[in-house]
Design a protein around this ligand. Structure first.
Ligand SMILES: N[C@@H](CCC[C@H](N)C(=O)O)C(=O)O
Length: 279
């Protein structure tokens, strides 16, 4: 099996092109291939598939073998992959996702190679009942959540996949390994959740660190950055355009007032290609 190792701000993926449908063994392969000691090592396994509704379809399997509905950093990698390989001409394309419909993508190239990608991530879903939470509040803004002797307050935002955004004094130094795993599987979230810890530095810049559902601590999360911006606007903390600074770098996020869509701009890069030999 041929693969390409790619990343968006250090959120890394094993990208596979050429299958007609998602293979039955995709979940098992994700666990093996994403393993950082016995496999290739990655946060997720990404398939670029044919689509009846868009130029391509993306499917993303987390490193624990569970499938996610959407992935912002992976969609930029997919866009770069198909454009750089000449599978799609021009500076625009569409990519279908499992949980967020068809997304429109704009490419920014240097010498014909894609460097930056702007994605229309669609409208956020703020109905608390549509994301995996048992909280009967719509939308869920600043709801208390207890873990051990600590009480956090979260805002729920779905970008096709579910997010809980929590404001802390110092997101950069938050103890992700203590709080992340416990929040991910909290009883309020029967289908688990991605957790973003955020610190708003000014109305146009937010530090964010993420514990991802099914992958743990990652260097960046595109949908998490979108959810953080939406949450920050809802909570009156930022304007509708802000830089979200992650461990792996910055994403620029806009929540457009006219179409209600969230737009994400950031880089994507190839690291190496290879051949997977294990079964
Ligand atoms: N890193 C991603 C999100 C990947 C999926 C997530 N772990 C989930 O289970 O929802 C991003 O860049 O958006």
């Amino acid at each position: 099996m041929q693969f390409t190792k790619m990343n968006g701000l250090g959120n890394d993926f094993i990208v596979i092109y050429g299958e007609a449908v998602l293979p039955e063994h995709a979940s098992e392969l994700a666990v093996k291939a994403c393993n950082r000691n016995f496999g290739i090592g990655a946060d997720g396994l990404v398939y670029i598939l044919p689509s009846a509704n868009a130029d391509f379809m993306m499917r993303i399997i987390n490193s624990d073998g569970t499938e996610a509905e959407q992935c912002g950093n992976a969609i930029r990698c997919v866009a770069k992959y198909v454009a750089d390989h000449g599978y799609k001409d021009g500076d625009e394309l569409t990519i279908e996702t499992l949980g967020a419909g068809v997304q429109r993508v704009q490419l920014q190239k240097e010498d014909g190679i894609v460097k930056m990608v702007r994605v229309d991530m669609g409208a956020p879903v703020l109905d608390g009942l549509q994301i995996p939470t048992t909280v009967d509040q719509n939308p869920v803004i600043g709801h208390p959540i207890e873990v051990g002797d600590r009480t956090f307050h979260f805002t729920a935002v779905s970008m096709g996949n579910p997010h809980a955004v929590i404001y802390v004094d110092d997101a950069v130094n938050v103890d992700l390994h203590t709080w992340g795993p416990r929040l991910e599987v909290h009883r309020l979230f029967p289908r688990k959740i991605n957790v973003e810890f955020a610190t708003v530095n000014n109305r146009n810049q937010v530090d964010m660190r993420v514990w991802e559902r099914g992958a743990g601590p990652t260097l960046a999360c595109g949908t998490g950055a979108c959810a953080t911006l939406v949450s920050s606007v809802l909570n009156g903390k930022t304007d509708r355009q802000a830089t979200i600074s992650l461990a792996g770098g910055d994403l620029f996020i806009e929540w457009d007032e006219t179409d209600n869509h969230v737009y994400m701009t950031g880089p994507a890069e190839v690291v190496f290609t290879g051949r997977w030999l294990k079964s």
